[in-house]
Ligand binder design. Sequence first.
Ligand code: URA
Ligand code: SF4
Length: 267
Amino acid sequence: MKELEGQVRTCQLCRLAKTRTKAVPGEGDVRAEVMFIGEGPGYHEDKQGRPFVGAAGQFLNELLGIAGLSRESVYIANVVKCRPPQNRDPMPDEIAACAPYLARQMALINPRIIVTLGRYSMAQFFPGERISQIHGTARMVDGRMCVAMYHPAAGLHQASLADVIRSDFRKLPIFVEQARLMTRPPIEVAAEQVAEAEEAREAVVYEPETSAVLEESAAYKAEIPTPPVEVQAVAAPESEVAPAPASRRKKASEKGAEYKQLSFFDT
Ligand code: URA
Ligand code: SF4
């Protein structure tokens, strides 16, 4: 896990590497029975390099208490390890580039239960499901119990949800008891999932061997508004300046024939 954490902290495999302060590999007990998977780091997580340390993290701590769990006894990770700028949703190619880290964490920890926090995490285990329908319920996915929970931040934004989330977490000890009666999935299953995730990563990452940052997909470029000229003219502290979309576009086109289209998500 230490080695993996080191790889994450220096990872350059997607564009989020350019805007992050610190990558957030995850933390907790490597032999945890319960593994929580959030979406991605927010402002405070990006500053500290630790998961769930902001307001949502405070609420998560309360929820863990309700479930009779301590932060030290569980493992907490995220779908993407670097903060998307302005807390935008992570993009499919970023999720695919990052997925092997999560797959390897799951393989190392081999938890009895995975608890997904929010939509993006849920989508990895309950594709096509709606959080409003399945929150607080458990399913067996590839031989492992998975429980979908609302993201703690949802409870902060919508007061009526906070109590729903609390009562969902109250059920967690029962699920843990049930999961203890089951055998954990064999290591071969985890190894296969790591291999699959690594294959999918290769489809979106430009030169994975050399850790070159992946080039921008057409969809991503289309989403970036061209910054007004005045904004470009404003002098900002070096460290605060994000790479301008214009220069990113140029870089992609400069690659010419070498540039690898990210057709994986276009289909
Ligand atoms: N929200 C998340 O999904 N993950 C964190 O680590 C923090 C906030
Ligand atoms: Fe960060 Fe993950 Fe992207 Fe690597 S692939 S830069 S760890 S978000």
